[in-house]
Design a protein around this ligand. Structure first.
Ligand SMILES: Cc1ncc(COP(=O)(O)O)c(C=O)c1O
Length: 404
């Protein structure tokens, strides 16, 4: 057995949601699964191809796609960066279409580092960055962030963790679970550090279309970024299609070339039909309007939920509303203090999450699933439909009252 694999804890939110599958009594607010689905144009493109395929004995979608992704989708991805950010990305040299953003993260760590190299990861942050690093035999170096700084990585703090083994910094903006969005100046300082100190920066921007405040800047669009930055993106959150498994990475021709090589050994290629359909929808104006409608609905739902949650004793949001994404990362230490009046031995986040599941039948992810600095917090996914969120609020209110 791979001892690195044995050493990591199971994926915290997949573990809870897999265990809860089919349990209709529980309101499951663990997974980031949008309640909306893909744009009409994308579904139509799938139907069109399948009905044409009935007359064509060998439709292309029955075959392995090009290992970097079907050309139409890579061109659409290049166009996406151009029209949104004025960024030139060569579809033939710089793009690799992957099995979700998750594979793109894996490929980036695998391609840019060797066993023993150090990968810098803010604490807290999205839960798969550290286990991917560990399982591959690289060393995860967690860089603490502070709640009062909205959990944004401070470049001065990062400097204290750099060594000659530092090879990669992983950032996620808009961030899961904290809702933080990195501003242009901070990103530029981090890109400059990557350049000067010889490490790469992975910018995971899978929530780029779910922004409520500030500006989304892909790190690749910054000065001196072109050979130091890998962008990871996905259709999962933008188009509500987590189950179709489609994402991509964009990098320098050299890095993308090696990542494409690794991708062929891992999956050969990504599914052809969904790539063809996604290519049709990615820059389609009607699909853009659907994405915008979902963004506005999520923003409204987030503000409403925060307003209700903060009326419940025991929940606070010191950093304010999230600037992007669809998670809340409230502090629950007050609830924990009422749950364990004498103070307990273990984690407050985990005790509170356990209690909410048992007593209120509401599932949330303990903040420690995102790193030690997530202690005292829980993650609530607001991607769930509104009626489920309403039911959760009633149950959380009752559970808080029962604690006295
Ligand atoms: C920050 C972040 N990156 C990447 C992913 C992976 O998404 P997917 O593999 O579905 O594209 C997720 C999923 O929740 C995420 O939250």
């Amino acid at each position: 057995m791979n001892r690195n694999l044995l050493s990591v804890r199971p994926h915290p939110s997949k573990q809870i949601s897999d265990a809860l599958a089919g349990d209709s009594e529980v309101v499951n607010l663990t997974v980031g699964e949008p309640s909306y689905g893909p744009p009409a144009r994308l579904l139509e493109a799938i139907r069109e191809r399948i009905s044409l395929g009935a007359e064509d004995p060998a439709p292309a979608y029955n075959r392995y796609a090009h290992s970097r992704g079907v050309p139409a989708l890579r061109r659409a991805i290049g166009e996406y960066y151009r029209r949104r950010y004025g960024l030139a990305v060569d579809p033939d040299q710089q793009v690799v279409v992957t099995h979700g953003g998750a594979e793109a993260i894996w490929l980036t760590v695998f391609t840019l580092t060797e066993p023993g190299d150090e990968v810098l990861i803010p604490d807290p942050c999205y839960m798969i960055f550290e286990p991917i690093t560990t399982v591959l035999g690289r060393t995860a170096v967690r860089v603490p962030t502070r709640a009062e700084n909205r959990f944004r990585l401070d470049p001065d703090d990062l400097a204290g963790f750099l060594t000659e083994k530092s090879r990669l910094l992983i950032l996620n903006s808009p961030e899961n679970p904290t809702g933080t969005v990195y501003d242009r100046d901070t990103l530029q300082v981090l890109v400059d550090m990557a350049h000067d100190r010889g490490f790469h920066l992975l910018h995971d921007e899978v929530f780029d279309s779910l922004l409520y405040a500030g500006e989304h800047v892909p790190a690749m669009a910054l000065e001196a970024a072109s050979d130091r930055v890998v962008m990871v993106n996905s259709f999962s959150k933008r188009f509500g299609m987590t189950g179709w498994r489609l994402g991509w990475l964009a990098a320098s021709p050299e890095v993308a070339g090696y990542a494409a090589k690794a991708h062929t050994f891992m999956t050969l290629a990504t599914g052809s039909l969904i790539q063809e359909a996604a290519a049709v929808a990615l820059n389609d104006p009607a699909s853009d309007r659907e994405v915008e409608r979902h963004r506005l609905e999520l923003q409204e739902k987030t503000l409403w939920f925060i307003d209700e949650l903060l009326r419940i004793a025991g929940f606070s949001l010191p950093g304010g509303a999230p600037s992007g994404g669809f998670y809340l990362f409230p502090c629950v230490t007050d609830l924990g203090a009422r749950l364990m009046p004498g103070g307990g031995d273990g984690s407050v986040s985990e005790a509170v999450a356990r209690h909410l599941l048992q007593d209120a039948k509401v599932a949330v992810v303990p903040g420690t699933g995102f790193g030690a600095r997530g202690e005292g917090h829980v993650r609530i996914s607001l991607a769930a439909p509104r009626d489920r969120l309403e039911a959760a609020l009633v149950r959380l209110r009752d559970a808080s009252r029962r604690l006295g």
